[in-house]
Every structure is written in C-alpha cells, then in structure tokens.
Design a protein around this ligand. Structure first.
Ligand SMILES: C[S@@+](CC[C@H](N)C(=O)[O-])C[C@H]1O[C@@H](n2cnc3c(N)ncnc32)[C@H](O)[C@@H]1O
Length: 322
C-alpha cells in the first residue's frame, strides 16, 4: 500500500470512514466513492462535463468489438500483464477510466488513479467494483496525495497537452516513480509549422469559452453533415489536405474501425467536443519531452511514435528513473 499524504503539508492521511484526515485535522471528503483532494471547480471542468456525459463510450468492456484501449495500453507501455501483478501503478488524468479498466481487468496490479476533474465520478461508476485494488482521487498532477519515489510504474495518456505547464507536469510524474521505476507518457506532438494550421486551433479561442452545454448541442446538430462531407473528401482523394479544416475530429486517423453507425456518431461527437472545449491544448515536440525526461533523471528507453491497433500512432516517451 502507498501511504497517502496531504500534498500541501506532506503529513500522512488516515482513513476515518467517510473522509481522510491528517493529524492537524485537515480533511478530504469521500464524495460519490472518490477521495477529493480538490473540491472547487477548475480549468478541467469541460472534462468533468464530457466524461460524465460519455461515461461508457470509450470503455472497451462496454463493447463487444472494441479492444482499442487494451491494444494501446500494452503497445505503448510495453508492460506485460504478468509483470504488473502486485505492482503499484499510478495513472494520471484517468478521465472516464478507459485505461483504468484495462489495468484492473487485465492485470493484478494495484492501481492509483487521479484526475483533476469530476471525471473521477464516471471512472468510479465504470471501475469502482474492483474494490481494494483501485484507489481513485480527484487531484491535480501538481498536488498528488502520494510521497515521491513511491510507484513501480507511472503512466499518463492523453493528458499532458491539457495541463498549463507541460514540463512541470512531466517532472511531477517522474517525482512519483521509484528509482528503477518506469514512466510512460503520450501527448499531441508538434510535427512541424503546419501542426497548428488546423480547424481545432482556428476555432478554439472561441469554442473553449462557450458554455459546455451550448458547445455540445452545436456539435450534435452539425455532426451528421460534417461526417458526410469528411467521407466525401476522402472518397475523391482530397481528404488528407482539406479535412483538417473541417470542425470535426479526424475520423480516419483516430477512431476505431468496426463501430456501428450510431457508435461512430457518438465517438465523433465526444472527440469533437474533446478537441474544442479544453482550456489548455499545448502540443509538444517528441525531442523536447525526451530532453525533459533526461533533465529529470530518466534514462530514456523510447521516444518516437508507437503504432497500435493496425494504423493508429501515438507520440510516446518512456524511461526508467535512475
Ligand atoms: C483527454 S482526457 C484523457 C483521459 C484519459 N486518459 C483517456 O485517454 O481517456 C484528459 C484528462 O486529463 C485531466 N487533467 C487535465 N489537467 C490535469 C491535471 N492538472 N491533473 C490531473 N488531471 C488533469 C482532465 O481532467 C481529463 O480527464
């Protein structure tokens, strides 16, 4: 077991049934099954809204055909399920818990997951039944309730670009790994000057300020014809050039094959909301993240694109803490 601490004072926390407290009397309540290290709303509110609306959409277990999260988790980490048995694994930015589900259903690891938003409520509904092996906290990567040098494995997928200070987030993850422990991250990559020549970065200054409900309604209303236009441009061979200017997620490049028509539309709406609503979206160069890993005492074992699920790729950096 990892000794929980109050991240502000570093004092140990004790389970008092219904809340956790340190010796000075600072309390952290258990709300809807989750220990809340932060309670106030913050810059991740769009994610709390999104993951509670689309609680089950991306969870492999909820689908007969889907295994994308499983393929991605094991391809990107390179970890074997047998090796994780009994290990303490930290997941940062767990969202609705698509990767929490993989660790809990397919390994015997003890999983500690944090997310800064109320997405933890959705994750608890999806994975709370795992009981003692699953420890879930609403907390920021910068103020996690664990001592440094605690975890055998740390992973953080789809999160770093959405934090205000990418480099400090990388440091915060590495701080929590044990010497000899492994850290794996993925993120939106900067591929060149054209990365930000994209509908996402053109419309975001407007869309990230819109009330979440209003933005979602607008996306729901327009998803149908935008999907048709996207397929049409693909069919006539100009999709690779023009589809990046359509205000819709990259269907071919990011969404799994084999979804029913209705599932596909749900994924499109979710991922389009996910691209337009977050407060922060700061892609990074793989070489820069590799350099930061080294600066924070990691031996880098991988810094490149990992291919998973046939033709998807994810910019990934991995290393071992020295
Ligand atoms: C795009 S979602 C990815 C969720 C999940 N990893 C997945 O792949 O489905 C990004 C998540 O990062 C969380 N997040 C953003 N900033 C964070 C921070 N400072 N600390 C912890 N989580 C954070 C958001 O609340 C959100 O749930």
């Amino acid at each position: 077991m990892i000794q929980l601490i109050n991240p502000a004072t570093r004092q140990p926390l004790e389970n008092k049934e219904g809340f956790f407290a340190d010796t000075a009397g600072n309390r952290f309540p258990l709300v809807r099954g989750v220990v809340r290290i932060v309670t106030e709303s913050n810059y991740t509110d769009s994610f709390g809204f999104q993951w509670n609306k689309f609680q089950k959409t991306q969870i492999d277990r909820e689908s007969k055909t889907l295994s994308l999260s499983k393929e991605r988790f094991f391809a990107q980490t390179g970890w074997e399920n047998e090796d994780l048995a009994g290990k303490n694994v930290l997941e940062v930015g767990s969202g609705a818990g698509r990767f929490s589900q993989i660790v809990l259903d397919h390994t015997k690891a003890n999983l500690y997951s944090v997310d800064y938003s109320d997405a933890v409520t959705a994750n608890y509904k999806n994975n709370g039944h795992h009981g003692d092996r699953f420890h879930l906290f609403q907390a920021s990567v910068y103020e996690m309730p664990f001592p440094d040098n605690s975890f055998d494995k740390v992973f953080c997928f789809g999160v770093l670009q959405h934090t205000p200070d990418f480099k400090q987030s990388v440091k915060a993850l590495i701080d929590k790994a044990k010497p000899g422990g492994e850290v794996a991250v993925d993120f939106y990559p900067v591929k060149g000057w054209w990365t930000k020549v994209h509908s996402k970065y053109i419309f975001r200054p407007l869309t990230r300020r819109m009330p979440h409900e209003k933005l979602l309604k607008r996306i729901e209303r327009n998803a149908g014809w935008l999907m048709k236009l996207y397929s049409f441009f693909d069919k006539i061979g100009i999709g690779k050039i023009v589809n990046r200017f359509l205000p819709i997620v990259d269907i071919r490049g990011t969404l799994p094959p084999g979804l029913s028509k209705q599932e596909l539309k749900e994924w499109v709406i979710l991922d389009t909301f996910d691209m337009f609503s977050p407060e922060h979206d700061h892609p990074q160069k793989i070489s820069t993240v590799k350099k930061w890993f080294e600066e924070f005492g990691m031996q880098v074992t991988f810094a490149d694109y990992i291919i998973y699920g046939n033709n998807f790729s994810a910019a990934t950096v991995k290393g071992i803490k020295q």
